[in-house]
Write a protein that binds this ligand. Structure first.
Ligand SMILES: [Zn+2]
Length: 98
C-alpha cells in the first residue's frame, strides 16, 4: 500500500501499488488521482504532498513574473503527461507558486 495525497482535495488515499496506474479515484472527492498534468499547490497542500506521500514528488517552484519559468511550463506539463500514472511511478509532478 502506498499513501497518495489527492491533487484535488489533499485527502490521503491508501492505494495498492498495482492500482496506481488504473486511474484510481480519490476516496473522499472522487477525483482521478493521477491526471497526467501538474497540480497547483499552495503552502498547505505543498506540505501535505511532500510530507505525507509515499512516492517521490517533483516540484516546480515558479513565479508568474519569471520568464524562464514560463518557458519551462510546457515541458513540465509534458513530463507530467509522460510520467503519470506509471506502475513504476518514481515521480509526481506538482507546481508551487513562489
Ligand atoms: Zn480527493
Amino acid at each position: 500500500m502506498k499513501h497518495i495525497v489527492c491533487g484535488h482535495c489533499a485527502a490521503i488515499n491508501r492505494l495498492p501499488a498495482a492500482r496506481i496506474s488504473d486511474r484510481a479515484k480519490c476516496g473522499k472527492c472522487g477525483g482521478v488521482i493521477f491526471e497526467g498534468k501538474p497540480v497547483d499547490l499552495n503552502s498547505q497542500t505543498f506540505a501535505r504532498h511532500v510530507s505525507r506521500s509515499d512516492i517521490p514528488v517533483v516540484v516546480d517552484f515558479w513565479a508568474d513574473w519569471c520568464g524562464p519559468c514560463k518557458v519551462m511550463a510546457p515541458a513540465f506539463a509534458q513530463a507530467a503527461g509522460e510520467l503519470e500514472p506509471a506502475p513504476q511511478l518514481t515521480a509526481w509532478i506538482r507546481k508551487f507558486a513562489a
